[in-house]
Design a protein around this ligand. Structure first.
Ligand code: AGP
Length: 608
């Protein structure tokens, strides 16, 4: 995700801003820039690509004199990674510059309003509306202009603002995106996280949502949306920089598991407006959707398993056949695909070689392609006919978590959107399912909070030589991803099986004390899965059941329990996978594995 920094004091600002941006590089970005005030002018330098390009362009900051400024690393969401779209963004009158981390959900309406009022836009970003709002509301009092402009924004933001009329001052504002103030001596700072502050100060003030800050070299004043001063305590950072990059978590994977409610909210919320799903960004028209007679989902690894989970929702709601194909198989299978096939391509990185190749095979056969990717401007995004971005932010750990759950969430969005466009769903069901989608972030937070026993379960199972994950229908789809998570970070052999398949061979492997993880969250076939639990128990298996808190029947059968919150069955995977991500994480930790960088694996498999 984006990162912002700010400095005001007696030193040259540019070198400090550049060093701060380097400390934020781990967050992932594709462009960067700084703005420094000097002689009542704002000079802005922006580049696409790495901070090194910015250092080269500014001669390590030497050609940007001034003692106050702001900086930004951009993870593109709205608008491709280009110099123009890079931050900081300037007002038309040149008085203001802004840096922003977050997503402004109502930026289209604001852009229309500002354009009608004569403000000229240069970029495709959502952020640019902020600097023009500040210019519009400014009448000599920057604090009031920043507060008024922020009151018009819907979504998430951590803002940094400079103004030529108050050259020593920085303004900062926070709503749902982290922002921390650094307290120095004769100089002060702000940054998206402490990694950029620790080299200069360990005394920090954490801004809370809805708060603003006026920062000068000798003072920091925090105030609320009404402009009233707020007392804030100064905290002392004891983390080392490496720990700080993980937000205080021991591993990026755990940080990214915890980030999932926010990642899914950022992905879903901007696409639900006035009780309707709005995917106009895709260009998928009702006419086109009515013309297709098949959907093929293709991907690799966890993205493939996300497709397996999304299949149930699309088939149930759209009543159209959905084939989920491994990209490495599809590309060589001479697939039966034509102009009446919609091919959905899933990829966190947008650079997976097999997926790209499979996509090209499908396009050759006349299919339209819809990419669901997490990296703006990635190869898959550029090749696709239509694209829906997952706004999970950069995923650093090799084992995907928020990448998977945001992909599944977008497939749920698409299923409901397409069903409505294809006139396959009634108003009442649409409304009920839309409400269910809106509650997904909360359900995932519940799934994170309701299993404090998982670290102890990990101690019990971490020595297992093999693990079986079984389930039926939507539970089976989750079992597939749960087994992969366990394999790739704990190195324990784990197999996922359709529970109904056990008696066709696999049950021969069930011996005394064989751990079996049974997923039982699909109420329509719960009795069947319970029979499978009884079957394996009869042969000595130890069963860890994954089900709802009130499911007493399963509790009496299983040896151990993991709980998930109830959701619509077709939307179950996004929350049901969460405790299995945590189980894999804690088992791997017990085994002393390199959790963020598992052996033999790469974050993006860009070769065949
Ligand atoms: C998942 O944890 C793995 N890292 C791997 O299976 C991954 O999902 C697969 O390589 C696909 O990557 P992509 O989503 O970037 O295309």
């Amino acid at each position: 995700m984006c990162g912002i920094v700010g400095y005001t004091g007696s030193q040259e600002a540019a070198p400090i801003l550049l060093e701060g941006l380097k400390k934020l590089e781990y967050r992932g970005y594709d462009s960067a820039g700084i703005a420094v005030i000097n002689d009542s002018r704002i000079s802005v330098s922006k580049v696409t690509g790495r901070i090194a390009n910015l250092c080269e362009k500014t001669s390590d900051g030497k050609n940007c004199p001034g003692t106050a400024g702001i900086g930004h690393t951009r993870w593109a969401t709205h608008g491709a990674p280009t110099d123009t779209n890079a931050h900081p963004h300037m007002s038309n009158d040149g008085k203001f510059a802004v840096v922003h981390n977050g997503i402004i959900e109502n930026y289209i309406a604001l852009r229309e309003e500002l354009t009608e009022k004569g403000y000229r836009f240069e970029s495709q970003t959502d952020t640019e509306v902020i600097v023009h709002l500040i210019e519009m509301y400014y009448s000599g009092n920057l604090k009031n202009a920043v507060i008024k402009a922020s009151s018009r924004l819907r979504g998430s933001y951590a803002l940094g603002v400079v103004c030529t009329d108050e050259p020593e001052k920085l303004y900062a504002a926070r709503e749902a995106s982290p922002l921390i103030l650094g307290v120095g001596i004769g100089e002060n700072y702000f940054a998206s996280d402490v990694t950029a502050l620790v080299p200069y100060t360990r005394n920090v003030i954490y801004l809370d949502d809805g708060e603003f800050a006026e920062i000068t070299p000798d003072s920091i004043t925090v105030f609320d949306p009404a402009g009233r001063p707020v007392n804030k305590k100064i905290s002392r950072i004891t983390w080392d920089v490496q720990a700080a990059e993980k937000g205080g978590y021991e591993h990026f994977m755990l940080k990214e598991i915890i980030e999932q409610p926010g990642a899914i909210k950022a992905t879903i919320a901007p696409r639900i407006k006035d009780g309707k799903i709005v995917l106009d960004e895709t260009g998928l028209t009702a006419e086109y959707l009515k013309s297709i007679n098949k959907i093929v989902i293709t991907a690799c690894g966890s993205a493939y398993y996300a497709g397996c989970a999304g299949k149930y929702a699309i088939e149930k709601l759209c009543r159209i056949p959905v084939q989920v194909e491994l990209a490495s198989e599809l590309r060589y299978s001479d697939p039966i695909i034509d102009e009446h096939t919609l091919v959905i391509v899933l990829s966190q990185s947008g650079e997976t070689a097999d997926t790209i190749a499979a996509m090209k095979e499908c396009k050759k056969r006349g299919a339209k392609t819809l990419a669901i990717v997490n990296v703006v401007g990635s190869t898959i995004a550029n090749i696709a006919d239509h694209t829906i971005y997952t706004w999970a932010g950069p995923e650093i750990a090799v084992a995907t978590t928020k990448g998977y759950t945001t992909q599944v969430s977008v497939l749920y969005l698409f299923a409901l959107y397409a069903a409505e466009k294809m006139n396959r769903i009634d108003e009442e069901l649409y409304k009920r399912l839309l409400e269910s989608l809106n509650t997904l972030p909360k359900k995932i937070q519940e799934a994170l909070d309701m299993n404090p026993q998982i670290p102890n379960l990990a101690k019990k199972y971490h020595n297992a030589s093999s693990l079986f994950f079984i389930g039926r229908n939507t539970d089976y789809a989750v079992a597939l991803e749960g087994a992969l998570k366990m394999k790739e970070i704990s190195y324990i052999h784990a197999e996922s099986y359709a529970a109904g398949e056990l008696k066709h061979g696999t049950i021969a492997l069930i011996e005394e004390h064989q751990p079996v993880i049974a997923l039982c969250c699909n109420e329509s076939i719960m009795e069947k899965t319970m029979s499978n639990i009884i079957e394996v128990k009869a042969r000595g298996a130890e069963v860890l059941a994954v089900t709802f808190k009130d499911n007493q029947k399963i509790v009496s059968l299983a040896d151990d329990m993991i709980y998930v919150p109830k959701t619509e069955t077709i939307f179950a995977a996004a929350a049901e996978i969460v405790p299995l991500q945590l189980l894999a994480y804690y088992v791997a930790k017990e085994n002393g594995c390199d959790i963020d960088k598992p052996k033999n694996l790469a974050k993006s498999v860009t070769v065949e």
